[in-house]
Design a binder for this molecule. Structure first.
Ligand code: UT7
Length: 323
């Protein structure tokens, strides 16, 4: 018998304010047509004034707990993937812990930008299979709207805010590729490419800064690296593309998603797509897509999922998960 990290519940939260592409035509030299055709994005949600990453993460966490039929004290650890924590410290995860009224266990943030949720799943899995935690609340939550330079048309039209959460629970399994739960993980980073996507502020500059991206360069890395890491993770799990029910990619750009699916020999009908309505929500995009995929009736128990993401660092990776 093998211990696997199995999904017990999922949930998400999107802020009320929906911003269609047309609103950007008023502030920068852009068009709805350009944004749609280059990125696949039509609208995104933006957090209300004063609404923070930990607020949204808490709402997504409550939804996942409800879905699992669990309370906060059933959770051993919270891992929150975010690059937009409310404050430099303490972590947004400890704020969620307090908001939930959870007085036991431990909580911490993971910072791997758009690949953050992949890193968080891999770390939650390591805690569970090593016996250090039985149930882990894994959250991705971001307020990227607070990092935008509203005069930079090449970035401000791409990002959105939101949060998604999963509850992973230890379960006994046979140790075969047919098991439920996390079957393989594959993580990478390469700091030589840190200038391709970064925020030009932080503790060193004593201000928050703005997101800067060499879009074409990131695009090139994404198309090359995402299919590679997804194939590597499938190999580790002893599976192939033919076994996959759903690809659940990081939702940055429809063209990147389509190119990756093609390299994986997967038709777009097997891809969970939320980029049109959410934009790029960085570490929140995969848990949002998972929860929305379940809500739409697409993802069902027993389905094999391949998730993958790339983000600033560069960081990238993939997780193979049977729902
Ligand atoms: O989540 C982390 C990972 N991030 C990503 O995966 C993002 C990766 N990159 C991308 O998604 C794409 O590179 C973008 C959507 C950012 C840009 O698409 P592109 O096809 O690579 O366009 P481009 O940057 O080469 O720009 C093409 C043209 C340029 O004009 P010129 O130089 O050809 O005259 C830009 O100035 O489009 C112009 N442009 C715009 N035009 C209208 C750039 N932004 C805009 C805009 N509206 N918002």
């Amino acid at each position: 018998m093998t211990t696997r990290s199995m999904v017990r519940g999922a949930g998400h939260y999107l802020p009320e304010r929906i911003v269609p592409n047309a609103e950007f035509e008023k502030i920068v030299d852009t068009s709805d047509e350009w944004i749609r055709s280059r990125s696949g994005i039509e609208r995104r949600h933006f957090a209300a004034e004063g609404q923070t990453t930990s607020d949204m993460a808490t709402r997504a966490a409550r939804a996942a707990l409800d879905d699992a039929g669990l309370g906060p004290d059933d959770i051993d650890a919270i891992i929150l993937a975010t690059s937009t924590a409310d404050m430099t410290f303490p972590s947004a995860a400890t704020m969620v812990q307090a908001n939930l009224g959870m007085t036991r266990g431990f909580a911490f943030d993971i910072q791997a930008v758009c690949a953050g949720f992949i890193y968080a799943l891999a770390n939650a899995n390591a805690l569970i299979v090593s016996g250090q935690a039985r149930r882990v609340l894994v959250i991705g939550a971001e307020t990227f709207s607070r990092l935008m330079d509203w005069t930079d048309r090449s970035t401000c039209v791409l990002f959105g805010d939101g949060a998604g959460a999963l509850i992973l629970e230890a379960g006994e399994a046979d140790g075969t590729p047919q098991d439920r739960g996390i079957l393989a993980t594959d993580l990478h980073s390469d700091g030589r490419f840190r200038d391709a996507l970064y925020v030009d502020g932080g503790v060193a500059t004593q201000n928050t800064g703005h997101l800067r991206m060499k879009g074409k360069e990131v695009f090139r890395h994404a198309v090359e690296k995402l299919a590679e890491t997804a194939h590597a993770a499938l190999d580790k799990a002893g599976l192939t593309s033919a076994d996959v029910d759903w690809m659940v990619p990081h939702q940055a750009n429809l063209r990147i998603i389509a190119a990756t699916a093609q390299r994986m020999d997967l038709p777009l009908e097997k891809v969970i797509l939320t980029v049109r309505d959410h934009g790029n929500t960085s570490a929140a995009s995969i848990p949002l897509a998972l929860s929305v995929g379940v809500e739409r009736g697409q993802i069902k128990p027993g389905h094999l999922l391949v998730t993958e993401a790339i983000g600033g660092g560069l960081t990238w990776g993939s997780v193979i998960l049977r729902w």
